[in-house]
Design a protein around this ligand. Sequence first.
Ligand code: PLP
Length: 325
Amino acid sequence: MITLKDIQDARQRIQSIVYETPILQSEQLSKLCGNQLFLKAEHLQKTGSFKIRGASNMVIHAVENGAQHVTTASSGNHGQAVAFVADKYGVPSTIVVPENASQCKINAIIGYNGQVEKCGTTSIERLPRAMQIANEQNGIYIPPYDDPLIMAGQGTVGLEILQQLHNIDAIVVPIGGGGLISGILTAIKETNPAIQIIGVEPALANDTYLSLQNKKITAISATNTIADGLRTNQPGDLTFPVLTKYLDDLVLVSEDEIRMAFSFVLERTKQLIEPSSATTVAAVLYNKLNIQGKNIVTLISGGNVDLENVQGLIVDTAKFSQVNC
Ligand SMILES: *Cc1c(COP(=O)(O)O)cnc(C)c1O
């Protein structure tokens, strides 16, 4: 398991690359939720998501240890982050993407000087290809979540929150493969265990929820939740034990609740966030946490959304009703 020290080391290693992102507030959203709400704005992070934290921690470490090339198998935020950091450190990168990856995501990778290789449509096809390239190029494969350096890098956002805000009662974090939340859990629980950490998954991608219930890693079949950063089928071998040890609660949100939260954030704060991030606001808006009158941080994990998809995410916020209140 990673430790607080790993996260402090990561913070040192990546500090010249990542931004310290701001904490945003909205009186209106806070009122609606019945809590004082703080939005940790990682959608304003370089490359548009927190993924740069773990990616830079692992890429810098690899380059310092002689890697001459880096590769990964993601067309999304992780792939963009790896291409960006590799470019900064002057090593070539190859990002293996599905045949049907959107041109806008491919362009983002090319914009960071990453080499794009198309391969199949599933991660089962892409992963071995990425590993093969790493082997051929005397390089290293950078996994999206299940690695101690990735988890420690993501945990730096937890240390940052602790410095920016005092008297926080809870932090709400989205869960895909669990890299982000396992880093935050380690950072927070090894510093101030009184702060509650609550995970959120879309009900359509409830693999970690089921795994915690079954007390063992449990896979779900492919899902197409609009929260595309959270479509992983199972928690990681390294991330899951951290959740088992520290997580206070895990709540589920529906697709409609995600759309409503997305729309509220856009309308009230003028921030364009991606659906994966809107899950945390949805959890608080719909009172899934059963917490009132407290200081709550929602992690806004990223803001990369294809503009052509925005229209389909907007709903009428006047129709909001807090069914769970
Ligand atoms: C990757 C990602 C997540 C989930 O992070 P994990 O470490 O896989 O749990 C959440 N939100 C966004 C925007 C992401 O890119």
